[in-house]
Design a protein around this ligand. Structure first.
Ligand SMILES: [Zn+2]
Length: 231
């Protein structure tokens, strides 16, 4: 046994462990909403989640939404998307797992709504894909971020109504037949508003031969729904 190599490796491991523990001591995780120390989204804030009413969207077999896009959840998703708090992918992704409780959907493949190329470059990550990865890993499902592609860039939808959103995203996506054909596909996004983008992605999946298309989001806008969808 070499007496010179092992101690060096041990020292490296020890240094790494001390550094990790030190970082956690210096910067302990705290709740993005209430700043309690111990986790990135604490159990007190999770206990305030409001159930979202049932939703159905065109081109989906079924859709689940974990909670209303308000309060602590709104704060957490905002930090996740706009403040580079990617460690929130874990607690938010586990909300997708909760949202699918008792769904028994026969999922072959998980994918995510693709982000605008410019926005993904600016942000450095697709938040929906990070959530989809957490969900797929927890459930032991396959995950493919690139099952759906944007065929054109679309203007921001923030100030558009439901009808304008549908027009805005029409034919903006295509799905890869070699990835989705004959499969039961679960589409993930962070927030459901009118559902125009989700439904357009579902249509692309069906056009590429997906057998079943399911949808799940962490949050749903409390004020939008079937009435707005039909505007
Ligand atoms: Zn909290």
């Amino acid at each position: 046994m070499s007496r010179s190599v092992l101690p060096v490796n041990h020292i490296r491991l020890l240094v790494h462990q001390v550094a990790t523990v030190g970082l956690d001591l210096l910067f302990p995780p705290h709740c993005v909403n209430c700043e309690r120390v111990g986790s990135f989204l604490c159990r007190h804030c999770l206990a305030t989640l409001e159930p979202h009413r049932p939703r159905s969207l065109p081109a989906f077999d079924a859709v689940r939404v974990r909670a209303n896009f308000t309060g602590a959840l709104s704060a957490a998703i905002h930090a996740f998307k706009y403040d580079r708090q990617t460690r929130l992918a874990e607690p938010l992704g586990m909300l997708l797992v909760e949202g699918l409780a008792d769904s028994f959907w026969p999922v072959d493949l998980v994918t995510a709504v693709p982000l605008h190329a410019a926005r993904q470059q600016e942000r450095g990550y697709n938040q929906a894909a990070l959530l989809g990865q957490v969900l797929a890993q927890d459930q032991g499902w396959a995950f493919d971020e690139a099952a759906i592609l944007r065929t054109r860039e679309t203007p921001s939808q923030v100030h558009l109504n439901a009808q304008e959103r549908r027009v805005n995203v029409a034919d903006a996506f295509t799905a890869r037949p070699e990835v989705v054909r004959g499969k039961s596909v679960l589409l993930v996004d962070d927030v459901l508003t009118t559902g125009a983008t989700m439904s357009e992605c579902a249509r692309a999946l069906r056009a590429a031969g997906a057998g079943q298309v399911w949808g799940v989001t962490v949050a749903g806008a409390a004020g939008s729904g079937p009435d707005m969808q039909n505007m």
